[in-house]
Design a protein around this ligand. Sequence first.
Ligand SMILES: Cc1ncc(C[n+]2csc(CCOP(=O)(O)OP(=O)(O)O)c2C)c(N)n1
Ligand SMILES: [Mg+2]
Length: 331
Amino acid sequence: MDYSKEDLLTMYEHLVRGRIFTERMHQAVNDGYIRTSYHTALGEEAYQVAAVSALRPDDWVVMSHRSQIAALMRLDLYRYTAEVFGKKDGLHRGCGFDLHISDMTGPGHVGVRMSTLGSNVPMYVGFSWALKHKGKGQVALLFVGDGAMSEGTCYEAMNIGSLYKVPMVLVIDNNGWAMTTPLSRQSVNPNISDRAKPFQIPTFIVDGADLVAIRKVMDEAVSIAREGQMVVVEVKNKRWGAHYYGQTNAYRDDMDEVKDAMEHQDCVKLYEQYLLEHSVCDQARLDAVKDACTREVDDAVARAAAAPLPTVEDIYYKANIYTTPETGGDL
Ligand SMILES: Cc1ncc(C[n+]2csc(CCOP(=O)(O)OP(=O)(O)O)c2C)c(N)n1
Ligand SMILES: [Mg+2]
């Protein structure tokens, strides 16, 4: 085994909390606590946990619209939940939703993201370049989807990122769909990371259901980035749900594959098997972790549901969308 029992169990905690959190957010949509489209990551939790686990605490994480599980490893669970419920206690006073979630000043080191697909890649090439010049050896980890990678800005950014040797890991969640467009209708090559090769960027491809395999790839990718080189990691995932929770999947022709993935390629089940087979812990320990995470998530949901709404002044103070109250409106 390449990792300590403690490290492996910490990843399990994040993984299982992420799964329970996603299920509770689906319920929150049904209950009317979340009133806008929420893009959840059911079945795509492992790569997020593995990626953030490979970082140093002072490295930076930047979400995509589907990487809440990664962000939750850095953010306060209650304040994140309150944000998506549109409550005043939220990270952005309930005015930003999760599309712009950040924590620029806290210990979380979660960078602001823009919801315009492709815009984050050039932005964070610049940010990583600044990190390089600060000289503290920090790395930025950026999540994007396969659809986002069809925006031209990504390629200008990869060229400059490689040329300037920025310490950035671009993790591509290739889940086979961009909203209602299957990968086969947006790319001649199913391996999106091949598009980084002309820029001489090192690339990796890994199975999104295998948490330990992803962690190994991420350790290597982060160490290359820290030495001063942009890296691309493509994770092959399957989008189990619709684009956002509540949307129909009627346009999809791969639902048999989804069913099969849910049964045989569930990253949580596979990781539980790994932990048991490698005698990292017993079933009772897994159950105890699950129970503790369930209580933690249920508590955050109950508190967020009962929390007050933002005031009209909060809502019209536009800086709330991108900033956290701690900064007093500054980024
Ligand atoms: C420039 C731009 N075009 C369209 C959209 C609307 N949009 C939001 S998410 C999305 C699909 C993204 O697909 P992908 O990057 O594969 O991520 P996934 O939803 O599969 O996680 C689209 C088209 C947008 N946000 N920005
Ligand atoms: Mg996609």
